[in-house]
Write a protein that binds this ligand. Structure first.
Ligand SMILES: [Zn+2]
Length: 556
């Protein structure tokens, strides 16, 4: 086994573009540690589709190369329909589908809430008057199930459960209800839960991030193998494809859609490993690291340009720094790496690249436009919006301020209208989904209704669920530089993600058969020898040792 060690001093220096990326390779003996690992490292790479992994996996030479020496599942499924950040992160460490975790989307509507704003953000506590869906009081109150960290702490409160990301929802969905250290990026700093203060280590990282934001940073290097991706493409009123992530001074939010965001997140993770002595206690700890830059870069630039190519190279190096940091401390750790969802490139470039059907969605699918059409058709009007939705697809909620007969008529008319639309693949009512059994069997064979059912919670889902057709990007007007491409669909480019497991001494293998991200928590629980009540997970344990050893046999 080859182990790569990157200089531990390369953290923020690398972020500033000033560090050499030289690495040394040396050989370590293949001795498997006995007993459960002392630290679980759960890495989520936001929007890291199975397609991106397949495209770039032969180029990786650092952290992502190491993880490919372990158990590789190239077809992991986020099997549900609403392939968004919050539901996806919730599957990773709870082992449950959105239908059970209650995290059906990033945002849903609660038309019965006392708050004036009816939109609910998945990781907010809307009962706190300071909270709004856009500027939330961050909380895991909506997560109906425990995470692996919660279960570990339940078994032994000495376990430390640590969760970091650029995104608050990723932190809360991977960390859960009992997080010892929780940090996300907010207005130029890593912030923590209400009522807590950042630790000294977090403050030190925040000072370094503040210095980086103040100074700005130069363009990042473009690897030679990015040449075919590094081509300009016209999008809306602008052009994309050849960005290099030069960071303008004094723009804290610009850091997000940059490889430097992941680098800062790993710097924070590494600082917390040292400050809390993770993996060195009497009982196993868990560290969740959600790296958000791939998602922000995908949204801002699409997935097939030079920008994403640079990001893949930097991501590999950044994950390498995290692993090298753990190695240097002699920690016995087990890693899982996966993603909350996949993604799709911009239609403008896809049409140049053999996918002529790729289009942007008709603005007529927006809830306001649909409501207007429904009012004309049915004659029903409402004192509040007749129709609420977080976008041009997914859950649509019909006003509760109209009579039952009118509601039924509006729902019926909406189903008919949506089904007739050429960009719509399927439409389901809540009544229909409630009567559908939860799907089982291979996730690649799930029907669209199965996928929608896996995302359905009768207490939170819409009255009508609309699924768009393949390669329809639900962004009618691209905002160049921030939002041109997305995910969220029920199609496999958004559902399929890699799942990689690595621990020193495990025999590596590649298993192309489909598995699910809900299999991750039971797999790790078995590795830890954690006693978990029957039925805790929707997924199954995967034996991640390719040899005779079976990691699903609970270690006594
Ligand atoms: Zn996203």
């Amino acid at each position: 086994m080859r182990r790569f060690a990157v200089s531990a001093l390369c953290g923020l220096a690398l972020a500033l573009g000033a560090c050499s990326t030289a690495r040394t390779a040396h050989v370590t003996p293949e001795t498997a540690p006995s007993g459960p690992p002392k630290l679980i490292v759960a890495i989520s790479v936001d929007q890291f589709s199975a397609d991106l992994f397949a495209q770039y996996r032969s180029r990786f030479s650092s952290g992502l190369a190491r993880l490919q020496q372990g158990a590789v599942f190239p077809s992991g499924f986020q099997a549900h329909a609403a392939t968004e950040t919050c539901p996806g992160h919730a599957t990773l460490l709870t082992g449950t589908r959105p239908a059970r975790s209650g995290i059906i989307a990033n945002n849903w509507y609660d038309l019965g809430t006392a708050r004036a704003e009816k939109k609910i953000y998945c990781a907010e506590d809307e009962n706190d008057p300071a909270s709004s869906s856009r500027d939330p009081v961050v909380s895991a109150v909506h997560l109906k199930v425990p995470t692996l960290g919660d279960l570990m702490k339940g078994a032994n409160p000495a376990t430390r459960n640590v969760s970091v990301s650029a995104k608050d929802r990723a932190v809360m969905m991977m960390g859960g209800h009992r997080i010892d250290a929780a940090y996300w990026y907010y207005k130029g700093q890593f912030a923590t839960l209400k009522g807590r203060e950042p630790s000294p280590a977090a403050n030190a990282i925040n000072n370094a991030v503040a210095a980086l934001v103040k100074k700005g940073a130069p363009a990042m290097p473009m690897p030679a193998w990015c040449a075919s991706a590094d081509q300009p493409i016209a999008v809306g009123k602008g052009q994309l494809g050849t960005g290099r992530f030069a960071l303008e001074a004094g723009k804290p939010d610009a850091l997000r859609a940059s490889p430097r965001m992941d680098s800062a997140t790993v710097d924070l993770a590494n600082a917390l490993i040292d400050e809390m002595n993770l993996g060195k206690g009497s009982v196993a700890d868990i560290l969740s690291v959600s790296l958000s830059a791939t998602d922000y870069i995908g949204h801002a630039n699409g997935t097939e340009g030079g920008e994403m190519c640079v990001q893949m190279a930097e991501l590999d190096r950044t994950i390498g720094r995290l692993l090298a940091h753990l190695d240097a401390r002699g920690i016995d750790y087990a890693v899982v790496l996966s993603a909350d969802h996949g993604g799709l490139d911009i239609p403008e470039r896809q049409r140049e690249q053999a996918l002529p059907r790729a289009v942007r969605a008709d603005p007529g699918l927006a809830p306001q436009a649909l409501a207007k059409a429904l009012s004309v058709q049915t004659g029903v009007t409402s004192p509040d919006p007749l129709l609420s939705s977080d976008g041009l697809f997914g859950d649509f909620y019909v006003s509760r301020k109209i009579g039952a007969a009118d509601r039924a008529r509006v729902i019926g008319a909406l189903v008919k209208l949506a089904r007739a639309h050429p960009q719509v693949a399927a439409v389901f009512t809540a009544d229909e989904l409630a009567k559908t059994p939860l799907p089982s069997g291979s996730p690649q064979d799930f029907t669209l209704k199965d996928r929608a059912r896996a995302s359905f919670d009768p207490t939170r889902s819409g009255d009508v669920v609309i699924l768009l057709d393949r390669a329809v990007t639900p962004i009618p007007e691209p905002a160049v530089g921030s939002f041109v491409a997305t995910h969220g669909s029920a199609w496999d480019y958004d559902r399929r993600v890699p799942m990689l497991f690595w621990r020193k001494g495990l025999r590596g293998f590649e298993q192309p058969a489909p598995v699910e991200t809900i299999d991750i928590a039971p797999t790790l629980a078995a590795m830890l020898g954690l006693a978990v009540p029957e039925g805790t997970f929707d997924g199954r344990c995967l034996d991640v040792d390719g040899g005779e050893r079976n990691t699903c046999e609970v270690i006594k």
